[in-house]
Ligand binder design. Sequence first.
Ligand code: 5AD
Ligand code: SF4
Length: 439
Amino acid sequence: MNFADSEIVNSIMTKRGMDPVKSPEDAAVIFINTCSIRDNAEQKVWNRLNYFRKLKQQRKGKLVVGVLGCMAERLRERFLEKEKLVDLVVGPDAYRDIPHLLSEVEDGRKAVNVILSQEETYADITPVRTTGNGVTAFVSVMRGCDNMCSFCVVPFTRGRERSRPVESVLDEFKLLSDQGYREVTLLGQNVNSYNHEGRDFAELMYRCSQIDSEMRIRFSTSHPKDFPDEFLHVMREQHNVCNYIHIPIQSGNNEILERMRRTYTREAYLELIQKMREMIPGVSLSTDIIAGFCGETEEQHRDTLDVMRTVQYDLAYMFAYSERERTLAHRKFMDDIPEETKKRRLAEIIQLQQEIAGKRNRMEIGKRHIVLVEGTSKRSEVQLSGRSDTNKMVIFNKGNYGPGEYVEVEITDCTSATLKGTVLRSVRLSDTIAELVTA
Ligand code: 5AD
Ligand code: SF4
């Protein structure tokens, strides 16, 4: 989401006549787009700001530093109190105001806008894309979150849910298709809650899938409460909607889920997973898990490990609970699990997930996947990397293939994080059949 937001800010700045530079040392203005989700995300920003403070001193103050995003929203006063650290504080709904705020800074004032909006979606701003190699792109379709999970600061920093008009998403999609992009990830804090004047995410996804049969579509991130059958049908029926679902569970224990205000039980979640697997054969699943939430007992922690064994996720993002001010958990529950215990539980969760991912990847050996080539492998100049429909990273020898091409790859080897394979041929996505993936 922050990458996508930075691309919007990039567009706003470019319109103001400023061009991006490669390193902060060459910049006249530096913006740091921030995340508040856990304390360690914020610590990284403070460290970075300390470095920028040194740059400011070297330039005798002739460098403008701005904090954007969730931390700006959450800690506005704190940034302004710290003398000479930042000049601009801009919340996630105020990016349009940046040119005006910059003029205030030029007039010698500190500038702040952290007003949250019920409407802002930046629908009319075409992002200047800096990620994705001209092959993959993010399209933000909704912003904010109304779910109020008790551990989460997002509803406070990003405000209420609001969705972009279907047509504006489709227009951006068409533009990307014309520009030769091959994969779009529809983005939102709660993307499957998308709803614009009664048109829901299933409809949006269907309409997007019809634009370009060579364009793959992914989506992130979703909440288990919003997976109607119609949406799963679209996923099953449309060959270009990827068979991959990120479906955060957070905990495998009902009491903890209730305390987290997740609005589902372990049983209901598992039923949904089963339905997904039945309706979308070969679907790959990933999740988010929090270790050591308020009051979590060893037994409740073991329920999380147990549910991981049951579901067999392909991928998981795993975190130690980090208390956030203003959240319900902060107001109502004690953050009573010692740091060491949280770390140990997290380590157990990570260890188990590595075993599961390793096992699932080994099951891929001998199978064939359609891979969209994204670029040269990080590890080797003579190899390419790309992702399968099921979102697995696949590495293979370059041959005559290049970014933006779909290739059929036979998997020959793996680690717990990547698959390795041999290219059999170049293909068109629209000519491939789902069976190929699960063959
Ligand atoms: N502590 C730890 N993890 C958190 N997440 C959200 N809030 C917190 C928190 N306070 C995790 C959740 C969410 C992901 C984006 O970040 O797992 O799904
Ligand atoms: Fe946070 Fe829950 Fe909203 Fe996700 S669904 S952003 S975890 S409040």
